[in-house]
Design a protein. Sequence first.
Length: 95
Amino acid sequence: MRAFTSFVFALALFVSTGVAQTPMPVVVPAMTPATAAQNPVTAAVTTASTQTTLKVLQAMKAANDEILKQQAATLQKLDEMEKAAQEIRIYSKRG
């Protein structure tokens, strides 16, 4: 019985390693660049889309710059408050 159990275990181990083979690699062809002879309508839509995207990104950048300015001002206020708190601690220990 022990030999049969060992045989079944060895067989299961052999089958599991056979199934665990790596799959065939997937080959994806390279993307070819767009040709210069595009449809004029498509080119106009692409240009308009690019300009719209650029405007949106510029607006996002302006908003982010404003947020960064606010955060810098807040950090400066927090630093001033921390310095004031340290001064209070120093003066409270003296008196």
